[in-house]
Design a protein. Structure first.
Length: 249
């Protein structure tokens, strides 16, 4: 049987079936036609990847950086010589360098400097993951590392010939921003005795707030001077940045 004969036979069978159904159901309400498979629900669109150009466009415009005095933006590129050479605690290593042994996702860094004599410096790292689910998995990984890290020791290019840097981590209250957020402080004691024999260590306090917004993880860091170590990352900058990431197409 050729294809035309097949279609004619199928049509005849459908006509006969329709006549039987019409005769048997004339007194009843007609049954609705069955839904076409897949037509009852709107398919979930695939997530749009967020590339470096989109991340750069989502950073804060230069006219919206109050209370900072200046800003710089760049696509992150790893400097292998700057990565910590050794970190004594695996959880703390993940916090210091999350993608040390993995491919770094697309990341954009925006740096800020205060107007008052470099009283503080801050930075925002925006890292785009393939999907919100992937970003959630990564965020959970970092959260567990923060919970498991308390004190550690590391060496890197800034350590010079001294004994390196010792550090302590303490969690703090996270702001109610984004889909989820964590915050912690890092206190560092850097051995500078090889540079200045009269000063064994320099203490610095660094504050971190990490916020997930969909498929993007925003890392807000602040490095204040000792005189203002109680300050936080400027809330105005953080709130506006989170909203700009919310508005990404």
């Amino acid at each position: 049987m050729n294809s035309a004969d097949g279609r004619q036979s199928t049509m005849a069978a459908w006509l006969l079936l329709a006549a039987v159904l019409t005769a048997g159901c004339s007194a009843a309400e007609p049954n609705p036609l069955p839904a076409t498979p897949g037509s009852s629900a709107t398919p979930t669109p695939a997530p749009h990847p967020i590339d470096a150009d989109k991340l750069l466009a989502a950073t804060l415009p230069n006219g919206e950086i109050e209370p900072a005095g200046s800003t710089g933006k760049k696509v992150y590129e790893r400097d292998p010589e700057w990565a910590p050479q050794s970190i004594s605690d695996p959880d703390c290593a993940l916090i210091m360098d999350p993608y040390r042994e993995r491919v770094q996702p697309t990341t954009v860094v925006q740096s800020f400097n205060s107007k008052e004599n470099a009283e503080w410096t801050a930075a925002t790292e925006l890292t785009a993951h393939p999907s919100p689910a992937a970003a959630t998995t990564e965020f959970d990984r970092i959260r567990k590392a923060v919970q498991g890290c308390s004190d550690f020791h590391f060496r890197n290019k800034a350590s010079g010939n001294g004994s390196g840097t010792r550090a302590t981590l303490s969690t703090v209250q996270a702001p109610g921003q984004g889909d989820e957020a964590i915050a912690f402080d890092l206190t560092l004691w850097i051995d500078v005795s090889d540079i200045n024999p009269d000063v064994k260590e320099i203490r610095t306090i660094h504050k971190y707030t990490m916020v997930r917004i969909g498929s993007v993880i925003a890392d807000f860091s602040l490095s204040p001077s000792d005189s203002v170590e109680t300050m936080q990352y400027p809330a105005e900058l953080l709130t506006r940045q989170v909203q700009r990431l919310r508005d990404l197409p």
